[in-house]
Design a protein around this ligand. Structure first.
Ligand SMILES: Nc1ncnc2c1ncn2[C@@H]1O[C@H](COP(=O)(O)OP(=O)(O)O)[C@@H](O)[C@H]1O
Ligand SMILES: [Mg+2]
Length: 230
């Protein structure tokens, strides 16, 4: 089995001295290619910190991280943005669409940053919006969309450039139960079709049953099943 994410003994300390806070206390985690994994735990347990480290947005205080067989912890910081852009799609709680841009331009943005021409990016954006059921909303701005529709746009944006790894931080937090479930099912179906590896951080127990594997974190430590996928 191919392992896309291999984290070993990851520690993260915020601050130093008297105010040092150990947010991650030696995390080991493997995520297999194509896996739809959920990382659950109470508020403050370190979920966002861990996801940010896996997404190369934040560096660990110590420990090692391999993404797609490449040792990220040894790369210079200036290489990380390129890895994020080419390999990782992010989905957040919901307030991260650009308010002044219509849905299709929000979705096209990552592809534009990667160097795609405007016409290619918009064509792909329209196709992705179609796939998330929002073909008729492509000219709508985020404030004209419901919370569930905004998360569909966020999914379309994260998947549009086909990054192998998708990271979602509490994607259903702002949604009612029904839309939360629909959005997560959509993310799972599309990821399956295209073979994305997905890590969803959540404490929404209503969506746990959709996970291929649940990993629990508490007080900065994985509670069970961190590396068993290997
Ligand atoms: N930038 C920061 N500076 C100091 N402490 C932080 C920072 N970010 C998070 N923390 C602390 O680290 C712990 C884990 O935070 P976080 O990873 O956001 O948890 P979760 O996403 O599970 O709610 C929390 O106690 C939080 O207050
Ligand atoms: Mg969080």
């Amino acid at each position: 089995m191919t392992i896309n994410v291999r984290a070993r003994n990851i520690r993260k300390v915020y601050g130093e001295g008297d105010v040092a806070y150990h947010a991650l206390r030696g995390v080991d985690l493997d995520v297999a290619a194509g896996e739809f994994m959920m990382l659950a735990g109470p508020s403050g347990s370190g979920k966002t910190t861990l996801l940010s480290i896996l997404g190369c947005v934040l560096s660990a205080t110590s420990g090692s991280l391999e993404l797609f067989g490449e040792d990220i912890s040894k790369l210079p910081a200036r290489k990380l943005p390129q890895i994020r852009l080419s390999r990782i799609g992010f989905i957040f709680q919901g307030h991260n669409l650009i308010a002044s841009l219509p849905a299709r331009d929000n979705v096209a943005l990552v592809m534009r940053l990667q160097g795609a021409s405007s016409s290619v990016a918009l064509k792909r954006a329209d196709a992705m919006l179609e796939r998330v059921g929002l073909g008729d909303k492509r000219h709508s701005s985020p404030n004209q969309l419901s919370g569930g529709q905004r998360q569909r746009v966020a999914i379309a944006r994260a998947l549009a450039a086909s990054p192998p790894l998708i990271l979602a931080d509490e994607p259903t937090a702002a949604l009612d139960a029904q839309s939360g479930l629909l959005v997560t099912e959509l993310l799972k179906d599309l990821s399956r079709e295209s073979g994305h590896t997905v890590v969803v951080v959540t404490h929404d127990s209503r969506i746990f049953h959709l996970a291929d594997r649940m990993v629990h974190i508490e007080d900065g430590q994985i509670q069970r099943s961190g590396v068993e996928a290997a």
